[in-house]
Design a binder for this molecule. Structure first.
Ligand code: NAD
Length: 262
């Protein structure tokens, strides 16, 4: 049976998380072989088991994207085991603390930048080196609407996601001569789930003029700011990633697509 992504190998980082796993499922259903990378080994094992119904190769790789040496080794291992990397979904990330900038903890700021920016850079760089040898590659970075308009109390996260948008634009230019396209997606409020609950709770606790101190009211305030008047479902993300990885977006590079309800 020939599926649209048969014969393609996709590397997904943050693959044990909500968006990574939903995208893994979608790409497997489209026929892609998968290299699932995450820091959390146990959740990776569960992810592989959960995806077992798809007739594709699925390998898991426990790796800390903050460590460039580990990333380099892991990319080599993926290429050795699966033969190639056609698609990269560069998606591992961490939301960070919620506090006004003057109180934002130094160590958390550094951690957010290390995971979200240095981590994404390491993966992009080493995978790009491999893709250049094949003169083919499609890369999607996970940014955020927090990387387009900075929300209050999220200094680390917003700075890191603005950086991802910049990295996407630079990489698109540097890699265009090698037939590698690089784009980004920017989800906004996604739910239900851990990320949604956490940000509602922590925005309430941050106690700013922008949000109520009651989490239920914060949820209402966030939803009222969205033209479509609802949060997005995680399942509304993978199809956009597949579009950017596939040939329907063949003349698109360096763009950041909002997934934000308007
Ligand atoms: P999640 O927490 O469910 O998944 C993130 C995954 O990244 C986790 O499995 C975690 O183990 C992994 N990870 C964290 N640090 C790592 C490291 N150093 N090395 C390797 N893996 C690491 O969150 P999610 O919602 O699936 O988020 C995925 C991406 O989407 C992130 O980049 C996040 O910033 C972005 N995003 C999420 C939302 C949302 O509302 N869910 C909105 C906008 C952007």
């Amino acid at each position: 049976e020939h599926l649209p992504f048969s014969g393609k190998v996709a590397l997904i980082t943050g693959a044990a998380g909500n968006i990574g796993l939903a995208t893994a499922e979608h790409l497997a259903a489209m026929g892609a072989d998968l290299a699932l990378l995450d820091l959390d080994h146990e959740k990776l094992e569960q992810a592989r088991t959960g995806l077992g119904g798809h007739d594709v190769r699925i390998n898991i790789y426990t790796c800390d994207v903050m460590d460039g040496g580990q990333v380099s080794q892991t990319v080599d291992t993926v290429v050795r085991e699966l033969g190639q990397i056609d698609f990269l979904f560069n998606n591992a990330g961490y939301q960070g603390a919620f506090a006004p900038v003057q109180d934002y903890p130094d160590d958390d700021f550094a951690r957010v930048m290390n995971i979200n920016v240095c981590g994404a850079f390491h993966v992009l760089r080493y995978v790009a080196q491999h893709m250049i040898t094949r003169k083919f590659g499609r890369i999607v970075n996970t940014a955020s609407m927090a990387g387009v308009q900075g929300p209050p109390n999220m200094a680390g996260y917003a700075a890191s996601k603005f950086a991802i948008v910049g990295l996407t634009e630079v990489a698109a230019k540097d890699l265009a001569p090698h037939n590698i396209r690089v784009n980004a997606i920017s989800p906004a409020f996604m739910g239900p789930g851990f990320m949604w609950d956490r940000q509602v709770e922590l925005q309430a606790r941050a106690g700013s003029q922008y949000y109520s101190t009651d989490p239920k009211e914060v949820a209402q305030q966030m939803i009222s700011s969205v033209p479509m008047r609802r949060y997005g479902n995680i399942d509304e993300i993978p199809g956009v990633v597949a579009f950017l990885l596939g040939e329907d977006s063949s003349y698109m590079t360096g763009v950041n697509l909002p997934i934000s309800g308007g």
